[in-house]
Design a protein around this ligand. Structure first.
Ligand SMILES: *Cc1c(COP(=O)(O)O)cnc(C)c1O
Length: 454
């Protein structure tokens, strides 16, 4: 076989600017509202939490935002990330479809999250921040930020969801090796955490609670800022290096994707891959199918409401308009596939509402089955999160086979699953249940949404 398996770019091909989709949206994004007053927040309201460099990116309407040279310098450790053609998987499926995947697991942190961690650490350091506080669920974000902070010389405090802290000790060690302080959440370090502990001493924690703790920590310490690994506009912006590279690599392969697929937790890896392709849909009339994949146990885009809600559980963050399952959402304990956030990135939600992006949800057993099939064909064990995209890509390739026509499918393989073997163990042992988030809970969450005029 002489056709390439991997389409590689050189270090000189690392993008020089991030792509900001706000410049090409059909309508301006709905304003972010102050949780107390219900009025739109301005840059100054965000200043206790973020450096101005990132706040300006958050609200910018410029289409291209330059990547600082020191950030590109760290990107060179692992970028450009490879684009693979999944030839062995295509053979295994006996499909006429061409399947491509952009592999972000080559980053030292094992996922795409380093793309924004480095940028956030850089802009904080540049403005004199001494410490970053953040939350982490499974630990991918915490390890990416811990490494980035170590590289630029910042202290790092990670509030780790308690159940993950207990179940994923090696992720915790990884953060500690990179120099971070890791605190199981809920903790008594913060008022928010103490309040949860007083009501429920054995609380397993949730991403929403951990966010509340990290935000409170940053808001109550002058030298400390907050850092978020997904959802926010500037995070999605930083992730567009994925799609910008993938576009050039697809050109090398001589194809345009008919379909771009990614998994969605908060929306950052998906948006990073997809937005440069959505641009062509919005501005050049391309018909590319853009598909977001989420777990049936946390079906934010497919079954949530498009409404204003808090980003955290306690209700400290600004209100953003997004698809949401309600900020009081607590994911079922049985769910092993990650992607547990109650909301999603507002920019992604706006594009789903507009119809430029479609969404689908899968239960976890078929997702893990797809992950195993992928690993056996391609040799990479996907992160359970990424496996949702794998499943959708396989389904699409099988549909192409049934229809007897070819199509080019591009999906995002956002990370490897080497720290998630416990979840694979559970799958192989037959211990995973498929769980559909109940309709009553979807309804009940609506009654807990904050009341916002308009
Ligand atoms: C964190 C993570 C996700 C989910 O977050 P998004 O912001 O939706 O990308 C997906 N895949 C991997 C490997 C992750 O670490």
């Amino acid at each position: 076989m002489t056709e390439p398996m991997i389409y590689r770019l050189g270090e000189q091909d690392i993008p020089e600017a991030w792509y900001n989709i706000i410049a090409d949206l059909p309508a301006p994004p709905p304003p972010v509202l102050h949780p107390g007053t219900g009025q739109p927040v301005g840059p100054d309201d965000l200043a206790p939490l973020f450096p101005m460099g990132l706040i300006l990116q958050e609200v910018s309407g410029d289409r291209w935002i330059e990547i600082p040279e020191p950030v590109r310098e760290v990107y060179r450790l692992y970028r450009p990330a490879p684009l693979h053609r999944a030839r062995r998987l295509e053979q295994a499926l006996d499909t006429p479809a061409h399947i491509y995947y952009k592999y972000e697991g080559v980053s030292p942190a094992g996922s795409h999250k380093l793309n924004t961690a480095i940028a956030q650490a850089y802009f904080n350091k540049a403005e004199g921040t001494k410490r970053l506080a953040t939350e982490t669920g499974a630990g991918q974000w915490g390890s990416a930020l811990a490494m980035a902070c170590q590289f630029v010389g910042l202290d790092c405090t990670v509030y780790m969801v308690k159940v993950s802290y207990q179940q994923k000790p090696y992720r915790r060690s990884m953060m500690q090796v990179f120099g971070a302080e890791v605190i199981p959440s809920p903790s008594d370090r913060t008022q928010g955490g103490s309040k949860v502990l007083s009501q429920e001493p054995d609380s397993p924690g949730s991403l929403g609670i951990a966010i509340s703790e990290a935000v409170e920590d940053a808001a109550t310490h002058d030298d400390t800022h907050y850092s978020l690994g997904s959802v926010l506009n500037h995070v999605l912006l930083h992730q567009t290096v994925i799609g910008l590279e993938a576009k050039r690599q697809m050109e090398l392969a001589g194809e345009e994707p008919d379909e771009v697929i990614g998994c969605v937790g908060g929306g950052s890896n998906f948006s990073g891959l997809a937005f440069p392709f959505v641009q062509d849909k919005l501005t050049a009339g391309k018909q590319t199918r853009i598909l977001a994949v989420e777990p049936a146990a946390c079906p934010t885009l497919t079954r949530g409401s498009y409404a204003y809600d808090f980003g955290d559980t306690v209700g400290l963050t600004p209100l953003v308009k997004m698809y949401t399952l309600g900020h009081t959402f607590v994911p079922p304990g049985i769910h092993a596939g990650g992607l547990r956030y109650h909301g999603d990135a507002p920019l992604l939600c706006q594009l789903v509402e507009h119809g430029a992006v479609e969404a689908v949800a899968y239960p976890q057993n078929p997702v893990f089955a797809a992950a195993v099939q992928f690993a056996q064909s391609e040799g990479i064990i996907p992160a359970p999160e990424s496996a949702h995209a794998v499943k959708a890509a396989i389904d699409s390739a099988l549909q192409a086979k049934a229809e007897g026509r070819s199509r080019a499918i591009l999906f995002g393989l956002s990370g490897h699953g080497h720290f998630d073997m416990g979840a694979f163990d559970a799958y192989l042992g037959g211990d995973l249940e498929d769980y559909e988030y109940p309709a009553e809970k979807v309804q009940a969450a609506l009654t807990e949404l904050p009341q916002v005029a308009g």
